[in-house]
Design a protein. Structure first.
Length: 395
């Protein structure tokens, strides 16, 4: 395997892209793939393309392409809908497996949308469910025999801190709880072994490290031995065992198809299919080693050049994902200054500057040049410019 694979991406000239942990860049061929679907399939075949272009099976076919990246077997991953929908599906199905318990355990560092979906489901069920959110470092201790479901994002979106999937899954199952992992910041970033860790469910998105584009569909995994027993809370038409039988009663498909809900977004799936070709021949172990090398270089250089920044990620690389975060009181304008000078990262409140390390298209030269630009911005305090103080809607 040779990394990086810059030739597979349309990266703008003069830009060092350190935000693939939030939105991956445009894969080469994606525009042609979308154009082909629009012109040759939709434009020519019209509705016939559901059969002639095999649109209907695309969510499962792409699930089988994602499966090896998360250590899952073929037939255990389906794509479609949004990550929030998939969180809701997994959580509702998990709760049905433990009907005599009323505690959902997450952590205070989890992504807000996951917590919002849990809160919304609790209100909908109206059965005295409780959401507990201990600090990330206290999760293991908080897993007791009161807990029905443990729902954790493996890599913390702010700090990049990484949970121990095996230890948490084993603890959850030892007390009879069901385990759900959110792999939004893991898939395509760190090695994942869903089958090996034995968790019942996982969900994730495809627009970050998998480069599927803005709004790219999410995925959901169910452990193969439980798929036939999963009770879908969102009983969508395309999760039916025979959608075109038009049966008035829902009968879930006897495969991962039961976790499909609505009509698949064919244009987005076509782009994602092209994006996934970049992973052919990629070893996740080698990619992880390259990611650690780049992030360690970045930390060393930033701390030497920009003493005002404080590392907000775990120091040890084994304890963080493929991103590095630094805290700075004026993090928002500082990040805007960086972006304006060709180094794209992002900001998360209250003071976190985030940088993603994606060895598919980043190398040592990119990282060192980014650090040189950061040093210049902080030495000259360019972030103080009033134009960088104005908050955009998306940070």
């Amino acid at each position: 395997m040779t990394l990086p694979k810059k030739h597979l991406f349309d990266l703008p000239e003069g830009v060092i892209y350190l935000d693939g942990n939030s939105l991956g860049p445009l894969p080469k061929g994606a525009v042609d793939s979308a154009s082909r679907v629009i012109a040759d399939e939709w434009g020519t075949e019209l509705i016939r393309a559901w059969n002639t272009a095999d649109w209907m099976t695309l969510p499962s076919r792409l699930g089988d392409l994602i499966a090896p990246l998360i250590g899952a077997p073929k037939g255990s991953v389906a794509t479609g809908d949004t990550l929030s929908i998939k969180v809701y599906q997994a959580l509702a199905s998990a709760l049905k497996r433990v009907p005599d318990r009323r505690v959902i355990l997450s952590d205070s560092g989890n992504f807000p949308s996951d917590l919002y979906m849990a809160q919304g489901l609790i209100r909908t069920l109206d059965q005295a469910y409780e959401l507990r959110t201990p600090a990330p470092e206290d999760v293991l201790e908080a897993i007791t025999d009161e807990v029905a479901v443990v729902m954790i994002t493996q890599v913390d979106y702010r700090s990049g801190g990484m949970h121990d999937m095996t230890a948490i899954t084993e603890k959850a199952q030892s007390v009879g709880a069901v385990m759900i992992w959110d792999l939004a910041h893991s898939a395509g970033a760190v090695p994942v072994d869903m089958l090996g860790c034995n968790a019942e469910f996982a969900v994730g998105c495809t627009y970050k490290y998998l480069n599927g584009g803005p709004g790219a569909p999410a995925f959901i995994y169910a452990r193969p031995d439980i798929i036939a027993d999963v009770e879908p809370a969102l009983a969508g038409w395309l999760g039916h065992d025979a959608p075109f039988a038009m049966d008035p009663e829902y009968r879930p498909a006897m495969s991962i198809e039961r976790l499909r809900v609505g009509t698949p977004p064919i244009l987005q799936l076509a782009v994602l299919e092209q994006a996934l070709t970049a992973w052919e021949g990629v070893s996740m172990a080698e990619l992880r080693a390259a990611s650690i090398h780049l992030s360690e270089t970045f930390i060393r250089e930033v701390e030497a050049r920009c003493p005002d920044l404080v590392l907000a990620s775990p120091r040890h690389p084994a304890q963080r994902g493929s991103q590095v975060s630094f805290a700075f009181e004026h993090g928002y304008p500082a990040m805007q200054a960086l972006i304006d000078h060709g180094v794209i990262g992002d900001f998360r409140a209250p003071d976190i500057m985030r940088f993603g390390f994606t060895p598919l298209y980043l190398d040592d030269a990119d990282v060192l040049r980014a650090c040189e630009i950061m040093e210049m911005i902080f030495q000259e305090a360019l972030w103080r410019d009033p134009k960088y103080q104005v908050r955009s809607r998306v940070t």
